[in-house]
Design a protein around this ligand. Structure first.
Ligand code: PMV
Length: 309
């Protein structure tokens, strides 16, 4: 029997990096892209095939820090099962290593497909906790936001170490997500912020507090659907300014952010770890194609239009 599981990508609307230091952040799933796991019974051994990464290897010969092997082993331990004889194929339309949650989504589909295979349903919190363990290999000191938003597949207001708070979106809004095409490991961006925080603690805590204030305002706007949509855009622009001061932006991101604003977006910012990866722009739905076109013209390697709520 073939078993299959999927999981969406995600963006961080506001609060990235500060969330690692205990401040809140808001993230939403992006269903236009996904990771997919397919499990086929095989004759011998546990084989892993990842066509996107051109890898084909066996679980028992994987390096100890291999994130895919790690989540498989953690899930097997959860079920107290030895590795079955199967071929696991992993594919993703989520661009890899570009802030859209590919790592957490791949881990999530592995947990889900194994849960189906062993006919042992897991609650979402357990899925999220297992994925979090492997996020440490990608992020170093993950806040837990990626595994939470992807496992729950719902908008979240997230505070590290606290139970999940679902975010109710009162008035749907439209985002254009633009990819710089630059692969930027989360580990490096998060590590860079940590180094600078260690030498300029007061200044960085100040930045995180400012972001905290913006996230709380954005939460009110999103949950209560109050004010003009441009007010949300303005707060996103302010968040981008602080992310630039944190040193996690990049010329490519700033070019796309500028172009989106010039093409009519109410606001735009990088999303995720930064230093590459994706940016998001808040747009009037009728303006989405114009902004998407402008981003492509400026060199975006991919653009997604996503309705939130
Ligand atoms: O995986 P990314 O690139 O979306 O980064 C996650 C967001 C950070 O706040 C930078 C890190 C974290 O663990 O929260």
């Amino acid at each position: 029997m073939i078993t299959e599981a999927t999981a969406p990508g995600k963006i961080i609307l506001c609060g990235e990096h500060a969330v690692v230091y205990g401040r809140p952040a808001i993230a939403v799933p992006v269903s236009q892209v996904e990771a997919k796991a397919t499990l086929n019974p095989a004759k011998t051994g546990f084989r892993i095939i990842t066509p996107d990464l051109l890898r084909d290897y066996r679980l028992d010969s994987a390096p100890t820090d291999d994130p895919i092997a790690s989540i498989i082993n953690l899930t097997l331990a959860q079920f107290d099962e030895p590795p079955p004889n199967v071929t696991l194929e992993l594919t993703a339309t989520i661009p890899l290593g570009r802030g859209l949650g590919s790592g957490a989504a791949i881990s999530t589909v592995i947990v889900r497909v194994l849960a189906q295979f062993f006919n042992q349903p897991l609650n979402t919190n357990t899925v999220s906790d297992l994925v979090f363990e492997v996020e440490k290999l990608y992020h170093g000191t993950p806040s837990g936001i990626d595994n939470t938003v992807i496992a729950y597949q719902q908008p979240v207001y997230f505070v590290r170490g606290r139970p999940i708070q679902r975010l109710r979106v009162k008035r749907p809004f439209c985002l254009v997500i633009g990819d710089t095409g630059v692969v930027a490991p989360t580990l490096l961006a998060v590590g860079g912020v940590r180094e600078r925080w260690q030498t300029n603690r007061e200044q960085y805590e100040g930045y995180f507090d400012e972001i905290d204030g913006l996230v709380r305002q954005i939460r009110v706007i999103v949950e209560q659907g109050i004010g003009k949509p441009s007010a949300l855009g303005k707060l996103m622009n302010e968040n981008q300014e602080i992310l630039e001061q944190l040193g996690v932006s990049s010329p490519e991101l700033e070019r796309l952010v500028q172009v989106a604003r010039q093409a009519g977006a109410w606001g735009a910012k990088l999303s995720g770890a930064g230093q590459g990866g994706n940016m998001i722009a808040l747009v009037e739905p009728a303006q989405a194609n114009t902004v998407a076109h402008a981003l492509y013209q400026t060199g975006a390697t991919g653009v997604i239009i996503s309705q939130v709520g």
